[in-house]
Design a protein around this ligand. Structure first.
Ligand SMILES: Cc1cc2nc3c(=O)[nH]c(=O)nc-3n(C[C@H](O)[C@H](O)[C@H](O)COP(=O)(O)OP(=O)(O)OC[C@H]3O[C@@H](n4cnc5c(N)ncnc54)[C@H](O)[C@@H]3O)c2cc1C
Length: 416
């Protein structure tokens, strides 16, 4: 049986950041990731200013700047005939006055490359968590299986669940989230930019019209387009045929057939079932949940990646010492939850109120596009409020800074 100090399950943003930071603190850490690589389409690809600042502190800012990226300086939405700026990131102090749109696999590869330079770091790809090891009620490690079906067992002082919104670790630990009702699911589809228009570069552009709502994100050569549908209506709407969907998108964004014909079939349209919930308690003895496994976020505002990263930074700062001393206990784990609760709860509250004020009413046909909700009207009158929204979205409440032990001068990372 293998032994490590901290076993992290899931190599997403939370797991890879936690693995890197703990390894830099000299803690033995093993990250398990069930996929063979980080290449997955339609993941959260937004890196906010708080994470950009963190990458600078970790000495990775220069390498990150070399990745293919688009910069979003503001988020705009066209509601009926009104163009509304919902958030302006240019007010944020410091060099990063934008959200960087970077393929998530590039971001994760960067973290994996940096972590692989640390002798106490191990990344086990193609290895899936299957069950917890427990002794007298305490979690003492994991059971896992590799791609060829070979089972394994890893003993650890601490297991950290970073395995996302459908977390098996959370389930095996008997931790149950409280779920919120959400009014929508999302279809994600790529629309080639050369066939559409280039006027929206540098912005996230949402559009609301006649019970339809969608958001386009400029990804260089295509728009990553998220089209909202009423919760549970996927099969019913698909039965209307792909031409119906092309027409909906075309009418919403003013795209002609040449643009929307790029969507060849329903195969090109991926369903994201939106769920939103949080664990009342993120831990039990020997186990901690962070990121989406502790709090599943709505895609509204695109902040899930950054919250997951911030959780990882707080967890590393609070737990590195106790892990090095071999004395991590429930009180340390409770400190992580206490530290991260407010930022998570604030974002979920904002997302729920957006669902209530806009997404739900648009989808059930009761939203009046002629009369903007009061906060939007106020924001258009007072530009500084868009800056406040940009700050709260881009930096957030209680932003985490890199712990001293993880800081490095700017360096070039050799790709492993
Ligand atoms: C379609 C979509 C669009 C989104 N858009 C955005 C966006 O634009 N911006 C944004 O900030 N957020 C966005 N989000 C949310 C964001 O992706 C998540 O909040 C964020 O990825 C959470 O990070 P995480 O590390 O906690 O979990 P995840 O990113 O879900 O990572 C979990 C990892 O665990 C692995 N795993 C799962 N089970 C096991 C197992 N049994 N054994 C081993 N490994 C396992 C998975 O393969 C995965 O790599 C989006 C989400 C979706 C689904």
């Amino acid at each position: 049986m293998e032994r490590t100090t901290c076993c992290v399950v899931g190599g997403g943003p939370a797991g890879m950041m936690l693995g890197l930071l703990l390894a830099r603190a000299g803690v033995e850490v093993t990250v398990l990731e069930k996929h063979r690589d980080f290449l997955r389409d339609f993941r959260g690809d937004t890196i906010h200013p708080s994470t950009l600042r963190l990458l600078d502190e970790l000495g990775l800012g220069r390498t990150f700047a070399g990745l293919p990226a688009r910069r979003l300086e503001e988020m705009q939405m066209k509601i009926g005939d009104h163009t509304v700026t919902m958030a302006d990131f240019r007010y944020i102090p410091g060099p990063h006055k934008y959200v960087a749109m970077v393929p998530q696999w590039d971001f994760l590869n960067l973290l994996a490359d940096a972590a692989s330079a640390e002798p106490s770091f191990t990344l086990r790809m193609r290895t899936a968590f299957t069950a917890l090891r427990t002794e007298r009620g305490r979690v003492t490690g994991v059971h896992c299986v590799d791609e060829d079906g070979v089972p394994g067992e890893i003993a650890a002082d601490l297991v950290v669940a970073c395995d996302g919104r459908d977390s098996l670790v959370r389930q095996e630990a008997g931790l149950r989230p409280d779920w919120y009702e959400v009014p929508m699911d999302v279809w994600q589809v790529r629309v080639p930019i050369e066939r559409a228009d280039s006027a929206k570069a540098g912005r996230v552009f949402g559009q609301v019209r006649d019970s339809r709502i969608a958001v386009t994100m400029d990804r260089g050569d295509y728009y990553q387009t998220s089209y909202l549908i009423a919760k549970g209506s996927d099969a019913r709407l698909r039965a209307r045929g792909i031409q119906w969907f092309r027409d909906q998108l075309g009418e919403l964004f003013g795209w002609d057939g040449e643009v929307t014909d790029a969507i060849e079939s329903w195969e090109d349209v991926k369903l994201l079932e939106v769920t939103m919930g949080r664990l009342p308690r993120w831990y039990r003895d020997g186990l901690l949940c962070i990121g989406d496994s502790a709090h599943t976020m709505s895609p509204v505002g695109g902040v899930g990646v950054n919250l997951a990263v911030q959780d990882a930074v707080a967890a590393a700062r609070i737990l590195a010492g106790p892990l090095r001393r071999g004395a991590v206990g429930p009180a340390d784990l409770a400190r992580v939850q206490k530290r991260r609760w407010l930022p998570m709860a604030f974002v979920q509250k904002a997302q729920l109120s957006d669902h209530r004020a806009m997404h739900g009413p648009v989808l059930n046909g009761t939203f009046d596009t002629e009369r903007l909700p009061a906060p939007f009207r106020l924001m258009q009158r007072v530009p500084a409020l868009r800056g406040v929204a940009g700050y709260l979205g881009g930096i957030g409440i209680r932003p985490e800074r890199a712990p001293e032990f993880a800081r490095r001068p700017q360096q070039a990372v050799v790709r492993g």
